[in-house]
Design a protein around this ligand. Structure first.
Ligand SMILES: *Cc1c(COP(=O)(O)O)cnc(C)c1O
Length: 369
C-alpha cells in the first residue's frame, strides 16, 4: 500500500510512521553521539546508559524495579525483541495465543518458529475479547500468550479483567506472557497498565517496547525487552546471532528521550489524540462507521455504509477515487477469517494536521459520489 501511495501520489494513511520529528533533544543527542565517536559495536545487551534509562523508565512510570545489568535487553526495534523471543521459546508444535486482528509480523514469526497460532477474536467496534473464547484458546500446549495492548490495528486497550484472566491462564497452563507495549505512551484516556505489574505475572512475563513510536523515530529501530534474568538470557542466545547489536549512536539518544519530563510524553499523546479526532471526523463525514481508538496510531473504519463489503477492493480503488491510501484489516487476520473483517479498513492518523485535513477533504468525495 505504501508503494501504491508513492506510485499514485495519494496520501499514505496506510503505514504507521509519523511525518513530523519527535523531541529535538532526542535528535540532537544522536547527532552528538556520532560526533563523539559512538559509532562502533555497542555491548551485546545494549549500552549501559540505555539499559539504565529503560530500568529507570519502568520504575518511574509503573513502579517496576529492574536490574539493568541482567533484566534489560536492547534489541533492533520491538520487532527483533518479538522475533528473538518467539524463536527462543516456541518449538515445533508449541501453541502461541494472540488476539485477532494482530500485528502482521506475529503470524509470520510464529510460523517461522514452527509454532501453531491460536487466536481470540476482537470484534468491531468495541474489540473486547470474550473471556470464554480466551479460556478456550489457552491449554497445556500453549507456550506463549502474546499480548499487544495498546493494540494495533484496533487502538483497543485491554481492560483489567482481561489482563487478570491472561495471567490466571498463563499460570494455570505454565505459559510465558509476551507483551508488546510499543504504544504505551500514546494513550488517549486511562494510563497504560503493563501486564507485568499484575500479581503473579512478573516471573513469567517478557515486556517489549521501543523508542520508535514514543519518540517518532521509527527508522532508528531501538527497542528493548525487560524480563527476569533467565528469560533474558534465553532470548539473548537467539538475538546474538540475529543482529548481535544495532544503532550505537541512537542508543544514548533514546536514553535521553526516556529521561525527558513527564510533560513531553503527555504532550505527544495529547497532540496525537487531537489528530485522531480530526481524522475520525473526516471519516464519519465521508460516510464510514468508525471505532474510536483509545491509543496508538490507527483508526479502523467500516466501509460497508459506503457500499463496500470488501475493504481490500476499497483500498485498491481509494487512491484513484479519493487520493488516499489505507490498509484492509483483513491483512491482520488469518485468511480463513477474512469474512468477519472484510469491510474494515485501517487508517493512520500519526500525520501532520494539514495532511489529515487534506485527506479528510478528499475522502468526503466518497459520500458525494
Ligand atoms: C510498530 C510496531 C512494532 C514494531 O516496532 P519497531 O520498534 O519498529 O520494531 C511492534 N509491534 C507493534 C504492535 C507495532 O505497531
Amino acid at each position: 500500500m505504501s508503494a501504491l501511495a508513492t506510485r499514485t501520489g495519494a496520501i499514505n494513511l496506510g503505514q504507521g510512521f509519523p511525518d513530523e520529528d519527535g523531541p529535538a533533544e532526542v535528535l540532537e543527542a544522536a547527532r552528538q553521539a556520532i560526533a563523539d565517536g559512538v559509532n562502533q559495536y555497542p555491548p551485546g545487551m545494549g549500552m549501559p546508559v540505555l539499559r539504565e534509562a529503560i530500568a529507570a523508565h519502568q520504575q518511574r512510570w509503573y513502579g517496576i524495579e529492574l536490574d539493568a545489568a541482567s533484566e534489560v535487553l536492547v534489541t533492533a526495534g520491538a520487532t527483533e525483541a518479538l522475533a528473538a523471543t518467539i524463536l527462543a521459546f516456541v518449538d515445533t508444535g508449541d501453541e502461541v495465543v494472540t488476539f485477532e486482528p494482530y500485528y502482521d509480523a506475529y503470524a509470520a514469526m510464529i510460523a517461522r518458529a514452527g509454532g501453531v497460532h491460536r487466536t481470540v477474536p476482537l470484534r468491531f467496534p468495541e474489540w473486547r475479547p470474550d473471556p470464554d473464547e480466551l479460556r478456550a484458546a489457552v491449554n497445556d500446549r500453549t507456550r506463549v500468550i502474546l499480548v499487544n495492548s495498546p493494540h494495533n490495528p484496533t487502538g483497543a486497550v485491554l481492560d483489567a479483567e482481561t489482563l487478570a484472566l491472561i495471567v490466571e491462564l498463563a499460570e494455570r497452563h505454565d505459559a510465558i506472557i509476551v507483551t508488546d507495549e510499543v504504544y504505551e505512551h500514546l494513550t488517549f484516556g486511562a494510563a497504560h497498565t503493563p501486564i507485568a505489574t499484575l500479581p503473579g505475572a512478573r516471573e513469567r512475563t517478557i515486556s517489549i517496547s521501543s523508542g520508535g513510536k514514543t519518540f517518532a523515530t521509527t527508522g532508528w529501530k531501538i527497542g528493548w525487552l525487560t524480563a527476569p534474568a533467565p528469560l533474558v538470557t534465553a532470548v539473548l542466545a537467539v538475538k546474538q546471532y540475529l543482529t548481535y547489536v544495532n544503532g550505537a549512536p541512537f542508543q544514548p539518544a533514546i536514553a535521553t528521550g526516556l529521561g525527558l519530563p513527564d510533560a513531553v510524553f503527555m504532550d505527544a499523546a495529547a497532540t496525537l489524540s487531537a489528530k485522531r479526532d480530526l481524522l475520525a471526523a473526516g471519516l464519519v463525514t465521508a460516510g464510514f462507521t468508525i471505532s474510536l481508538p483509545h491509543a496508538g496510531y490507527f483508526i479502523v473504519a467500516d466501509a460497508a455504509p459506503l457500499g463496500y463489503s470488501d475493504g481490500a477492493t476499497l483500498c485498491r480503488e481509494l487512491p484513484e477515487r479519493a487520493g488516499v491510501v489505507g490498509v484492509p484489516v483483513s491483512a491482520f487476520v488469518h485468511p480463513e477469517r477474512h469474512a468477519a473483517y472484510s469491510s474494515l479498513v485501517r487508517f493512520a492518523f500519526c500525520k501532520r494536521r494539514d495532511v489529515l485535513e487534506e485527506a479528510s477533504g478528499r475522502l468526503a468525495a466518497l459520500s458525494a459520489g
